[in-house]
Write a new protein. Sequence first.
Length: 352
Amino acid sequence: MKKTLLAAALFAAGTTMAHAQSSVSIYGLIDLGLTYYSNAVKTGGGGASLLRMDSGIAQGSRIGFKGTEDLGGGLNAFFTLETGFGADDGSLGQGGLIFGRQSFVGIGGRDWGSVSVGRQYDFMSNLGGQYAMGALSPAGSFAWGLHADAAHAAALNDHIYAGDRTNNSVKYSSAKMGGFSFGAMYGLGEVAGNNTAGRTLSATGQYDSGAFSSALAYTDIKDAAGASSTRMYGLGATYQLGAFKPFGVITQVKNTATSAKATTYELGTVYALTALWDLSAAYQFQSRNQGVGNAQAFIAMADYKISKRTDLYVGAVYDRDKGYNAYPVFGGGIQSATGNQSAVRMGIRHRF
């Protein structure tokens, strides 16, 4: 009887230890608010104002699952499954994919970094996520509204500013060494007999030292035939200066088949007015070749933190586009009837 009780106790202890070495968490974010658009295209032509409820402007509404397991010897296994949705109507995002935002699994080590496989962000996304107004404030899509090639969206716009997700990808991210880190990613096109068709290459190098951070990023995406590429280059930096956090980003996207090219410059700052209030502003300028007119945008935001997980924000953006009709909100925004448009938003963001 004593042996049976002892065995049961050891089994229970071992089970507790095994559970302590691994964890799975559910997380998410809901962003919802009212957006006012000026000069929106209306049926029959011309422009008119529009008020509508938008989901995912500050950040895309999402729900996800993350897990890690301690493998011993400084190694760990991890995974992320994340789906996007429209909080205003309950629809699935990313074209209806169940885990359209992210879906990957990998192994990491504290000394050498990590390797992951699946649907993952390229390194241009990492750049935009650390050094741009769209990520450093609730501006979100307000700060990603400049369209490089509105007449041929697939050529440049899909990857103009903050990168994209890559299917069937293998990604390596190094550990930090004296403030330096780097990464590389390869996305398989999976076309028999043509290894370059649909292939993606991406790489980054980053340096962090105290209040200063900077990174370079590059991504090359082959078309479905493997004949031409959409290429992106980027450089970003931030510096914490007391209550101010100035930032800057330069990105360029080019299509090798048409030689169409757009270069976007952004400068801005976040200012911690109080422990609860953040103010931020940025200016963007985009130059285009082939005689297409330039574009610029002004963005300003105020963010009030109700708690660690919930904030209220208000913001405004003004776009002026000399080449195409303005489009001040990326993706689900409203195109203007002319080259000028403004938008104002009041929203709430809750993380769980």
